[in-house]
Design a binder for this molecule. Sequence first.
Ligand code: NAD
Ligand code: DAU
Length: 349
Amino acid sequence: MKNILVTGGAGFIGSHTVRLLVNNYPSYRIVNLDLLTYAGNLYNLSDIEKKSNYTFIKGDINDYQLLVTIFDKYDINSVIHLAAESHVDRSIKDPLIFAKTNILGTLNLLQVAKESWNNDFEDKLFYHISTDEVYGALSDTGFFEETTPYNPKSPYAASKASSDHFVRAFGNTYKLPIIISNCSNNYGSYQFPEKLIPLCIHNICQQREIPVYGKGENIRDWLYVEDHAKAIDIIFHEGKVGETYNIGGWNEWKNIDVIKLLIDKVDTYLGRKKGTSEKLIRFVKDRAGHDYRYAIDATKLNKEIGWKPSLQFEEGIEKTIKWYLNNQDWVTKVTSGDYQKYYEEMYKL
Ligand code: NAD
Ligand code: DAU
């Protein structure tokens, strides 16, 4: 019997991961702990919230007593840890909350797992979800491998790197069974519209300007979020304790090319003349310390466990655009604070 604590399960990747686990493993208990910050939203999970193998708890990973109670009450034997502050621009404005959530929150969770499992680590797992940004930035060539030295360059990346180090330190020092995966940029449904792809789709629909940092030449490696959730599932079940796995899309794009692709597709869907929204492109001041290129070498995951992305970017982007066009009320709700009302009604709190 697996009783899995998923943290950050109301966020973008977390909600896809929770949905997959709840639907695919009816005999598991999935406990979703999420603070419901601006980025976390119960609308993301309304299709599965009534399932009997699913429990939602609103709370903070920094709350030691709450974690102890959850581990005890639900007999938690596995953790999939996604809760984090995740937006680079916000980390540049306010790095402290990134240290609090991403570093101290992870440490608190590790500590409670270690104490609750009380040295009985058989069939236990602490699986930490991390990012490729811990490796730093690449020039035009090369890839991040699992052995690439850490060189985080933004406050967000530094906080994630630090959390990775704590996870490994607990594995080494206390023999806590840990696994880490480091993934590239995700895109897909339910992504908060502060990130590049949903922000662009939304702005193209609304005919609002699209802010392009610098010259738009920075490169990201995009992966469809459901493929990340599938990778998390497979690593959780088949990954080797103590190992790190890189997850990526083999799919590098310059930002400006992604933006032009989105303009083309959204305009087409909305029946507008080709190129209508190109006038919305605005080159703005670059992000401070903007990492030039990320690119993941995901060979290890493919060779050892057989995972590879299932979707080509064009197909994933079409699904994503259609989802945002059909769910514009979701964007309005998550950006309006309306979901707090939903939470209170749903959970009578
Ligand atoms: P997100 O910002 O969409 O969601 C984060 C979730 O964590 C939200 O639901 C939020 O309410 C919750 N949360 C924040 N602080 C909390 C706290 N103190 N206690 C409990 N819950 C809290 O993030 P995401 O994009 O889904 O990313 C999830 C994880 O995956 C993060 O750890 C991130 O670093 C990592 N990651 C993200 C990407 C990406 O492209 N988005 C890529 C690689 C790795
Ligand atoms: O690589 C994995 C990381 O990808 C995750 O760990 C982060 O949580 C996630 O937010 C993402 O980080 P990025 O900074 O790469 O994502 P973002 O969507 O913020 O930006 C993508 C690129 O687009 C980046 O080069 C900055 C640029 N950009 C972004 C925004 C929001 C713009 O040009 N204009 C914008 O308005």
